[in-house]
Design a protein around this ligand. Structure first.
Ligand code: URP
Ligand code: ZN
Ligand code: ZN
Ligand code: ZN
Length: 514
């Protein structure tokens, strides 16, 4: 692991100027404002933000003239080294986090997904083993509750109290695999409330999908277009509504992952008018960067590469979803990065329901959002920071250590060049696959430098990550964004409190298991 400490000629460790960094002449962007300010970093922590800073000699200076100095992106939804549907995702924790950093993302949150019947703690330990020595940036974990029993409840408690987990994902789809029934969803949500953890939901009606799939296959519809036909917007919106009702009945906050359709946004908007506890909506780079027209592509490989669940929708969806992100109907954009090699997608050559579900996005998420939301005038840079970084930090209790450029925060930064032009392509990306769902998209705006815990990992456009440099971030329960409303009497919003706590007032984490 490369650290900020260099080896001297005498063999004694000395501090090199590598651990001191000054970012000069940039424009600092946070969710709540922008200012022209310099940023001084020491030992991986932001020490000063302002003008005319007094800096020790031997400090490396990056001239950020013309660049926006933003919190590194937080992608709260990835699947690296996941075995699903008979295949294993192509991006592992090294290649996946390397691609993340290349695109300006400096924290990812992956999903531990236990087999039905498997111990949750055992699955968690397996994920830590896969990730700890490979990650190029910091990472946290959600744990999937893919089956239910008293032992699962006990393990959820253990994961929260001893292993730094504060969020659990449930599936209303993937019948006969990860899907839970409504009674089980109630119990998992109740347990989350007891533990002050945040329940996450994959909202699609798995029973309807299963029945539609049977009928489509019987009618001879076997190609990738069948995937979208088996699960239309209503199937997603019904589940979003049901998940919200269950959460409301259980008096639980709720986070809906990968909201993919206008109908689902509408269901969320309606639910929010009656919801007692916070309700978060996450969408994906895929949702705003491409659409469901690709399912009709005659080339199986092309169409299958776009298969994910819920599916991509009609051509007017991307603009509507950007609008929902801009107006706070949705709060967060993730990638759901879950890449499969062509040979794995071919498992579904004769049956769309066997195509492993998942697309790329961890690398291009920030640039796609910038292109589709900031360059179009739908969002300003502050809202960009909110939806690509700060809101996820708040939801998962990493804020303000992550998601904010401020004294005391981790030095995770994206120095964004709003004028840098490029065309997204599999030829240039850092994923382990040779297909990119955003192929050919022209973007203006990309990172020129990416700083991970004080280390310059994208250096004037050159990627210089270190395998294993990232650390596991335990996430404590009772995130104010999810549970603070219970204590507040009047204002249930998760807007920053007037007296923003110091980043290091949040629990100080160590490398490794807490
Ligand atoms: O199609 C998807 N979304 N693949 C990853 C698994 C999931 O449901 O998040
Ligand atoms: Zn899902
Ligand atoms: Zn093709
Ligand atoms: Zn996912």
């Amino acid at each position: 692991m490369a650290g900020p400490v260099a080896q001297s000629l005498t063999g004694i460790n000395i501090k090199s100027s590598q651990n001191r960094l000054l970012i000069k002449n940039g424009r600092v962007v946070n969710e709540d404002g922008m200012e022209d300010a310099d940023v001084y970093i020491e030992d991986g922590i932001i020490k000063q933000v302002g003008r005319n800073l007094i800096i020790p000699g031997g400090t490396r200076t990056i001239d950020a003239t013309g660049l926006l100095v933003m919190p590194g992106g937080i992608d709260p939804h990835t699947h690296f080294e996941l075995e699903m549907m008979g295949a294993k995702t192509a991006d592992d924790f090294y290649k996946g986090t390397r691609a993340a950093v290349a695109g300006g993302t400096t924290t990812i949150i992956d999903f531990v997904l236990p087999e039905k019947g498997q111990s949750l703690v055992e699955a968690y330990n397996h994920w830590r083993q896969k990730a700890d020595n490979k990650v190029c940036c910091d990472y946290a974990l959600h744990v999937g509750v893919t089956w239910w029993s008293p032992s699962v409840k006990k393990e959820m408690q253990q994961l929260v109290e001893e292993h730094g987990i504060n969020s659990f994902k449930m599936f209303m789809a993937y019948k006969d695999a990860w899907m839970l029934n409504d009674y089980e969803l109630c119990q998992v949500m109740e347990t989350c409330v007891e533990l002050k953890a945040l329940p996450l939901i994959h909202a699609e009606n798995g029973s309807i999908i299963a029945r539609n799939t049977e009928k489509l296959l019987a009618a001879g519809v076997t190609g990738p277009e069948g995937h979208a036909l088996s699960r239309d917007e209503e199937v997603e919106a019904e589940a979003v509504n049901r998940a919200c009702v269950i959460a409301n009945q259980m008096n639980s906050p709720l986070y809906i992952v990968h909201v993919m359709s206008k109908s689902a946004v509408q269901a969320l908007r309606l639910a929010r008018t009656r919801q007692k506890q916070p309700l978060f909506g996450e969408t994906l780079a895929a949702t705003i960067g491409t659409d469901g027209s690709h399912y009709g592509n005659a080339c199986f490989r092309h169409a299958a590469a776009h298969v994910l669940s819920p599916p991509l929708r009609a051509r007017d969806t991307p603009a509507a979803i950007v609008d929902a992100l801009a107006h706070d109907d949705l709060q967060i954009i993730a990638s759901d990065n879950c890449t499969f090699h062509e040979k794995d997608k071919e498992l579904g050559k004769d049956n769309f329901s066997k195509i492993p579900n998942g697309v790329n996005g961890v690398e291009d998420r920030m640039a796609i959002l910038w292109q589709k939301a900031v360059n179009t005038g739908a969002m300003d840079p502050c809202r960009f920071v909110a939806v690509s970084s700060a809101a996820a930090a708040r939801a998962f209790h990493l804020w303000p250590r992550k998601g904010r450029v401020a004294e005391g925060a981790d030095a995770d930064l994206a120095l964004w060049d709003p004028r840098r032009e490029r065309t997204v392509s599999a030829h240039a990306h850092h994923h382990a696959v040779d297909f990119n769902i955003f192929e050919g998209t022209h973007v203006i705006g990309s990172p020129q430098y990416v700083i991970v815990n004080g280390r310059v990992c994208l250096d004037d456009g050159e990627l210089r990550v270190v395998e294993g440099f990232g650390k596991f971030l335990p996430t404590p329960p009772a995130a104010p964004a999810a549970y603070g409303a219970r204590e507040r009497t009047s204002d249930a919003s998760d807007a920053p409190p007037a007296d923003t706590p110091s980043p290091r007032a949040s629990p100080v984490y160590t490398n490794g298991t807490p």
